[in-house]
Design a protein around this ligand. Structure first.
Ligand code: NAD
Length: 296
């Protein structure tokens, strides 16, 4: 039961899906320009020079521009003070050209990320981290939803159709940025939702009952083949760098080559990862529409 058992049709190609989304977004942006004379704008704030963050921000900038949107990059020195950062957020909150604001995390240690996130106008909070958006999601109101679980939901619906009602969904991990919003979205879609985490006692048994299994932990190979119900759709959010035979590579949280009996599974890389930036741009478009009173 090796990787060859995972037939092509069972692999969820997030890279292709995200590329298709970007094409759609591009034509939506062009349509909005004709309709309103304006284009959506995304402001990304990066404080300090964390190399990984700089790569993410660069990639967000390129894709924003490629979608035909305005990209406003704010690269601030590591020694930026809390009040300087807060006044930038305040300016972006009131800038009519800016429809989405993202502060790249982690921030340098002397800065309080929570205070910064809660200072963002919730209607421009395209990361969906503001408590107003968490509350809207939890109560089933129109929210800006965190990008990674939003991407997972799109991949799930692409496989299973829009109606997920009554399916058993298990989410492993309960972080505010992936696990919890993922569970809320599945609940809003009328799944029967179980959240499994580091203190859960009967993890494997719960997972084996899942029609939908979303794994967001950060532990390579945590989910073994016998945790997966035959035919289940498995979404692997994990990104783990491992070194094998002197070579480094990225793997997910699921033992991929044991998952041949899954109905479908996202590979790592090339599954959930590419969806995150596509969903960020989709959220920016959603924010623009709502700010202009346009239909979804
Ligand atoms: P986190 O560290 O905040 O949360 C991990 C969760 O896993 C916790 O809720 C913890 O209770 C749970 N957990 C830990 N050990 C467990 C175990 N043995 N059994 C069951 N649950 C266990 O992580 P996060 O920010 O939610 O990210 C999770 C993973 O997803 C990471 O690998 C991260 O790199 C990846 N990630 C990917 C994307 C993307 O694809 N764009 C985005 C965000 C996070």
């Amino acid at each position: 039961m090796g990787m060859d058992r995972l037939q092509q049709a069972n692999v969820i190609d997030g890279k292709a899906f995200a590329a298709g989304m970007l094409e759609h977004l591009k034509s939506d942006v062009a349509g909005l320009l004709t309709e309103t004379g304006k284009i959506p704008g995304l402001a990304v704030v990066l404080v300090g020079d964390d190399p990984a963050s700089a790569v993410y921000v660069g990639s967000k900038h390129r894709q924003t521009v490629a979608a035909g949107m305005n990209s406003f990059e704010h690269r601030l020195p590591a020694e930026t003070s809390q009040s300087e950062l807060m006044s930038l957020i305040e300016r972006l909150n009131t800038d009519p050209q800016v429809h989405g604001i993202l502060v790249q995390l982690p921030l340098p240690k002397h800065l309080d990320p929570n205070a910064v996130i809660q200072a963002i106008n919730p209607d421009k909070d395209v990361d969906g981290f503001h408590i107003a958006n968490a509350g809207r999601l939890a109560t089933g109101q129109p929210a800006l939803v965190p990008c990674t679980p939003l991407g997972c939901m799109m991949l799930l619906k692409d496989r299973l159709g829009d109606n997920l009602a009554g399916l058993n969904a298990v989410v492993i991990g309960k972080s505010n940025i992936v696990g919890k919003p993922m569970a809320q979205m599945l609940l809003n879609a009328n799944c029967t939702v179980t959240i499994v985490h580091s203190k859960t006692r009967n993890t494997q048994e719960l997972c084996r009952a899942a029609d939908i299994l979303v794994v967001a932990v950060g532990r390579p190979g945590l989910v073994r083949g016998d945790w997966i119900k035959p035919g289940a759709v498995v979404i692997d959010v994990g990104i783990n760098r491992i070194v094998e035979g002197g070579k480094s590579r990225i793997v997910g949280d699921v033992a991929y080559d044991e998952a041949g009996h899954a109905g479908a599974i996202t590979p790592v890389p090339g599954g959930v990862g590419p969806m995150t930036i596509a969903c960020l741009l989709s959220n920016t478009l959603t924010a623009f529409r709502r700010q202009h009173g346009l239909a979804a």
